[in-house]
Design a protein around this ligand. Structure first.
Ligand code: AVJ
Length: 320
């Protein structure tokens, strides 16, 4: 079957409006911040794919090891008819699950949801070609806003992989999980990937690699704002910084103005002092019992928790 036309729940103008709102809120705040979802234009998505192949960036490989080891269990235990993937991107690791469902269950439909039209076009076409008989319905949407638009009926398994939940702040995480539970029915499933707390000497290089790919990925958000909003950031004037916060157990990416800078964007003139930092991403790391607690607080029951052999990354299978 070929992929069905994409269902668009996020129009170009919605994206533009929310980018303008985020830029206004974040660049007028003290300290300054921007949300990480704006990294992922075509160039940012390609840089992220490159990050996943870096020697220092362990999460993708570790999660893939978990999925490779347990995909058959996941297919057998959930018996899902519909597989929904939030923030699907390239859907590369998802193939491990689609293969397992092809061997076992009777999965009928795959529904990837992503903010990136270009990523979805590519992934839906490739998946539809590789899995004949599978119905592929791509949805252009934002997983923090469009959970009520997910297809209903049939037993569903929702995937939220990569550790992307760590990009939400704790209160946003609780809100997201509660909304997710509300969008599901008893007997539906959630498979969620979380990077685990470990020695910062392992985490920090994963976010500050020797080849400088993460630094380019980080600065890419400034290029996106220049292009989309006609701003005049000089990306080369900002230095990539990755800092581990031991209290909150998350890593932050920041962009540090090397010299005093003045940027024009929207109707704002934004000043940066020398050394001033702009926070561009939080990536929280989790403890096994903390994830179970957060899932339970949202009304999920965790049934399985797996890690890779090195204990770097965790995958939880929870029942609604
Ligand atoms: C795609 C959100 C899981 O937080 O590790 C990679 C993004 N940021 N390097 C992460 C990212 C810097 C990544 N997630």
């Amino acid at each position: 079957m070929s992929a069905e036309p994409l269902e668009i729940h996020l129009e170009e103008q919605d994206l533009g409006r929310s980018l303008r709102e985020d830029v206004r809120a974040g660049l007028t705040a003290t300290p300054k911040w921007l949300p990480p979802k704006w990294f992922y234009d075509a160039r940012g998505s390609a840089l992220f794919e490159e990050i996943t192949r870096l020697p220092e960036y362990y999460p993708t490989r570790a999660e893939r090891a978990v999925l490779a080891a347990h995909a058959d269990d996941i297919a057998a235990v959930t018996g899902a008819k519909t597989l929904i993937e939030l923030g699907s991107g390239s859907s590369e690791k998802t193939r491990l699950l689609l293969d397992a469902f092809t061997r076992h269950g009777d999965l009928g439909t795959f529904v990837p949801l992503d903010v990136s039209v270009s990523a979805l076009r590519q992934s839906t076409a490739q998946i539809a070609a590789a899995y004949p008989g599978l119905r592929v319905r791509g949805i252009v949407g934002d997983f923090t806003r469009h959970l009520d638009r997910l297809p209903t009926g049939g037993r569903r398994l929702v995937l939220f992989l990569g550790g992307t939940i760590g990009n939400l702040l704790p209160a946003e995480r609780a809100e997201f999980l509660t909304a997710m539970r509300a969008a599901l029915e008893c007997g539906d499933w959630l498979l969620i990937g979380t990077d685990l707390v470990k020695d910062p000497s392992v985490i920090v290089p994963a976010y500050d690699d020797a080849a400088g790919v993460t630094a380019e990925f980080n600065r890419n958000v400034l290029r996106v704002i220049n292009r989309e909003l006609g701003a005049d950031f000089d990306p080369a004037a900002f230095r990539h910084v990755a800092v581990w916060d031991p209290q909150r157990e998350w890593i932050e990416m920041r962009l540090r103005a090397e010299h005093p800078a003045r940027v024009h964007v929207l109707d704002l003139e934004v000043g940066f002092a020398a050394g001033e930092e702009l926070r561009t991403e939080v990536s929280a790391k989790f403890r096994p019992e903390g994830i179970a607690r957060e899932l339970a607080a949202a009304g999920f029951v965790r049934q399985e928790f797996w890690t890779d052999p090195d204990g770097l990354f965790g995958v939880s299978l929870a029942r609604a």
